[in-house]
Design a protein around this ligand. Structure first.
Ligand SMILES: NC(=O)c1ccc[n+]([C@@H]2O[C@H](COP(=O)([O-])OP(=O)(O)OC[C@H]3O[C@@H](n4cnc5c(N)ncnc54)[C@H](OP(=O)(O)O)[C@@H]3O)[C@@H](O)[C@H]2O)c1
Length: 291
């Protein structure tokens, strides 16, 4: 297989790079933000004489708070730039693998969200990602959209690393207890993407056009998640539960954004780890990388 990966220096992109070593017969081209997905001329030129099976788009505007202040740029990256990618994928018969978010939902449902539930985003980021999904569904011939939630990794900036950092500097931390979701280790996601593209999809099924939910198994509140993070990192810090109104966030977040991943599990026969086991392994790696 031959892959083009955009946004490759983000947390998911770096995990895909790590997982790619298991597939020495495949070719992976990784491109960071210097290869701007908004630059249609550069993209078109690059793909002119090259063939790929998959375009994995890890590029995104992911700063949920700043998106509220910069909607124009957020929509350019998460929505309109996808037109460039879709154009290339359609022209060259490439299957697009794209990522969306649990933030497309308003959080009012009291059970896990499945792919048939109606999105109703509460934030600029959520809206931009939802519009991006719609564009792909309407215009792209071959795609897989994976809605993922609460992504973290040994790489990049994420909730897990922020809690580790802050809990080392403070005796107590206030963490929101009225938001529940499904944490997702980007390492598990990266491994499963390549398992799907390398082993589960053949030349016929690459003609896919589907949206799936993907997250580690189980769910937890941000407060309980933070308690586990400090416990596994061996840090002595008291975590206090507070309501989401305590922080003056500009972006509204869904209170419930648990994702039901049964569709992707059944379709591709996946075994997805529990969030707790996966978190424990990730923190072990974060702590050992620091030594
Ligand atoms: N993080 C989460 O909790 C979460 C949750 C649900 C879904 N997702 C989705 O999962 C996907 C991967 O997220 P992630 O956490 O790996 O994101 P990330 O770490 O923020 O990485 C995104 C990468 O995209 C790059 N980028 C931004 N604008 C670009 C552009 N115009 N052209 C090319 N590259 C550009 C960024 O580069 P710079 O850093 O140089 O700007 C960054 O390296 C995204 O689609 C995201 O929306 C994330």
């Amino acid at each position: 297989m031959k892959y083009f990966i955009s946004g490759a220096n983000g947390q998911l992109g770096r995990e895909i790079r790590d997982s790619s070593v298991k597939y020495p017969d495949s070719v992976f081209e990784f491109h960071g933000s210097d290869f701007d997905i908004r630059d249609n001329i550069k993209l078109t030129d690059h793909f002119k004489d090259r063939e790929f099976d998959y375009f994995i788009n890890c590029a995104a505007y992911t700063d949920v708070e700043n998106a509220e202040k910069d909607p124009e740029n957020t929509f350019k990256i998460n929505h309109s730039a996808l037109k460039n990618i879709i154009g290339i994928c359609n022209k060259k018969d490439i299957t697009l693998i794209h990522f969306s978010t649990d933030f497309v939902f308003n959080g009012e449902k009291t059970s896990p969200y499945n792919e048939n539930d109606d999105p109703d985003p509460l934030s600029v980021y959520g809206e931009s990602k939802y519009r991006g999904e719609q564009l792909i569904i309407e215009e792209c011939k071959r795609y897989i959209i994976l809605r993922v939630s609460w992504l973290y990794s040994v790489y990049g900036n994420n909730f897990v690393k922020k809690i580790i950092d802050l809990s080392r500097k403070n005796d107590t931390l206030n963490v929101v207890s009225d938001e529940t979701g499904s944490p997702t280790n980007a390492k598990d996601l990266a491994q499963d993407i390549l398992l799907i593209t390398e082993q589960k999809l053949n030349k016929d099924s690459m003609n896919v056009a589907e949206l799936y939910h993907y997250a580690n198994a189980g769910c937890v509140s941000r407060y309980e998640f933070a308690k586990k993070i400090v416990e596994y990192a061996g840090i002595d810090c008291k975590i206090n539960p507070v309501s989401s109104g305590y922080f003056n966030f500009m972006a509204k977040r869904p209170k419930n954004s648990i994702l039901d991943q049964s569709k992707i599990i059944e379709e591709f026969d996946l075994i997805i780890r529990n969030w707790d086991d996966s978190l424990q392994e990730c923190i072990k790696n974060i702590v050992s990388d620091e030594k």
